[in-house]
Design a protein around this ligand. Structure first.
Ligand SMILES: *Cc1c(COP(=O)(O)O)cnc(C)c1O
Length: 407
């Protein structure tokens, strides 16, 4: 495609206006919004306002005056159209790992006598580690299987299934409804990790029969580094499940200061301690970048960007790289991986030229497409730069092979 063609695509993009909602550095093509979403233009002001005028001027009165106490549910409600849930089924809390522990433990304890947790081999590490620790604690067994063995692994002994919906490496995703139905038929619960789905593809948790889910706030949701996470508990389960981390903020009357725990009604019982208000202010600015955006348009643009990238890279780079994501855009999330034996160095060479992607061991170059701010012109430009780096062997320098602590 020529840059003229892409300029035409960008001009007719119904989401083009949303790019202005972000502060993106000049001269950078940012294809890593799946790992750390870009800075919402409104976030610095929101943080300054919350810190200066609220915390600074109104001090502790802000819990009432500015409604801080309701922020975990008020801000969670903004996720409802993004994931296809009712506002009352969502809560902002903790990190993804901690939310995952809470829901896995709650699910396991609601299925006493069942001895296994089923997950997938090569799931995101924290998801497996949390499940391993919980299984050890409860004296049950974690069975991590291949994706195509999953449905067959669910039986009458399964307490719960836990899966990442969109794979963080390949971007392949599970048929959520099929897994939910198989688990339900066996009497097991499913806990979905939506970290690479929420804000990237069209989700309808209710229609897919999802009962429990968690997700990350700092990826496509643009909530800032180390943002709070979210959890989803379908209404019918909210009474049945207990929070395994009973804290005062999940108590029916936190300010009665009584000795005995009594859970709050609904989703609030899954709150544990005092919510991080500054982090909530940043996450709210992130969620507000989705204001007025139809998720159908967002998903369509995601496919358009990723498809263009695949075509441009394959045309320009030939057999030097191998697509390691599903070829069908209807079968993948909003990122793409290409394998290259020197993928780490190639990514560093790209970064040096202002194209930011990332690397996932052993050999995967990962490129995320954030439909709210990436453009078709950026995609073609990035493919052109990648092809130039490969053709010139530009990656083959010691400075690009030196591994950083965080990759
Ligand atoms: C990013 C990501 C996480 C992050 O967990 P934190 O507790 O926020 O560090 C967890 N699971 C998956 C699948 C992820 O992609």
């Amino acid at each position: 495609m020529t840059l003229e063609d892409t300029a035409h695509l960008d001009a007719s993009d119904p989401l083009a206006f949303a790019r202005e909602r972000f502060r993106l550095p000049e001269g950078v093509i940012y294809l890593d919004g799946n790992s750390l979403g870009a800075l919402p233009a409104a976030a610095p002001t929101a943080l300054a306002e919350t810190a200066g005028r609220q915390w600074g001027d109104d001090l502790i009165a802000s819990w009432n005056k500015h409604g801080w106490i309701d922020w975990p549910t008020r801000i969670a409600a903004k996720l409802a159209p993004i994931v296809g849930a009712k506002p009352s089924e969502l809560l902002i809390a903790d990190s993804t790992s901690v939310c995952l522990f809470k829901l896995l433990a709650a699910a396991a304890q609601s299925r006493p006598g069942r001895k296994t947790v089923v997950s997938q081999k090569r799931n995101f590490p924290t998801d497996l580690y949390v499940a391993q620790g919980l299984a050890e604690m409860l004296g049950i067994e974690l069975k991590a299987v291949e994706p195509d063995e999953l449905i067959g692994a669910v039986d009458a002994d399964t307490a719960l299934v836990t899966l990442t919906h969109v794979d963080y490496r390949s971007a392949a995703f599970y048929d959520m409804r099929a897994v939910n139905e198989a688990a339900r038929a066996a009497g097991a619960l499913v806990v979905w990790d939506l970290s690479h789905s929420a804000g990237a593809i069209e989700l309808d948790l209710r229609a897919a029969g999802a009962e429990l889910a968690v997700g990350c706030g700092y990826k496509y949701l643009n909530g800032g580094p180390g943002a709070l996470a979210f959890l989803y508990v379908a209404e019918p389960l909210q009474d049945e499940l207990q929070s395994p981390l009973q804290g005062w903020m999940g108590h029916a009357e936190p300010f009665a200061f009584i000795d005995d725990y009594r859970p709050a009604d609904g989703i609030l019982k899954f709150l544990t301690g005092t919510p991080s208000i500054l982090a909530l202010a940043a996450l709210e600015a992130g969620l507000d970048t989705f204001d007025g955006i139809a998720m159908r348009d967002l998903a369509a643009k995601s496919r358009s960007l990723s498809q263009l990238f695949v075509e441009e890279v394959e045309t320009r780079c030939g057999s030097e790289v191998r697509l390691a994501s599903p070829r069908d855009p209807m079968q993948r999330g909003s990122h793409i991986v290409f394998a290259h034996p020197e993928g780490y160095a190639v990514i560093q060479a790209l970064v040096a030229r202002g194209v930011i992607g990332d690397f996932r061991a052993p050999d995967l170059m990962r490129f995320g497409f954030a439909p709210l701010y990436n453009t078709h012109t950026e995609i073609v430009r990035a493919a052109e730069i990648l092809a130039g780096i490969l053709a010139a062997g530009e990656w083959d320098q010691p400075r690009f092979k030196q591994r950083a602590r965080v990759t």
